[in-house]
Write a protein that binds this ligand. Structure first.
Ligand code: ZN
Ligand code: ZN
Length: 140
């Protein structure tokens, strides 16, 4: 049992929930892939977990802050929250909806803190989404 599974268990436990096999499968699918749309996730899990169950698990995971949404235009994809991954930002391709994780340089992170502080604001988290056209789509 790895640390992440223990973290997942303890978050679930704090909400009086347990780690079922379908919850583990949804978690692993998100862990092993780039951000997924709901339908991509359902497809990945379909052999073992039905669609309605995947939706229920995601609802629970969003409520508990285990999963977060990555906006893609007016839709979104799903990824594990920063409790389970390092802090990163996204480049989203408007053509093929590929999402690329980028680790921001430290000065961007500090600028965000400074900017917020100018407004007397205490930052807890932030997301930065950059949209455009990826290098594969630019070539076409
Ligand atoms: Zn693309
Ligand atoms: Zn950042």
């Amino acid at each position: 049992v790895n640390n992440q599974t223990n973290d997942l268990k303890s978050i679930l436990k704090s909400a009086n929930q347990s780690l079922t096999s379908s919850r583990q499968l949804v978690f692993n699918s998100l862990k092993l892939h780039d951000p997924l749309s709901m339908s991509e996730l359902v497809k990945l899990c379909l052999n073992e977990v039905d669609r309605a169950t995947v939706y229920r698990v995601i609802k629970l995971y969003e409520d508990l802050g285990i999963v977060q949404r990555v906006p893609v235009g007016w839709k979104y994809k799903l990824e594990l929250s920063e409790k389970f991954s390092h802090h990163h930002h996204h480049l989203t391709c408007l053509n093929c909806s590929k999402i690329i994780d980028i680790t921001p340089p430290e000065n961007i992170e500090l600028d965000i803190m400074r900017l917020a502080k100018d407004y007397g604001f205490e930052v807890r988290s932030h997301q930065i989404e950059i949209s455009g056209v990826c290098k594969d789509c630019v070539k076409k």
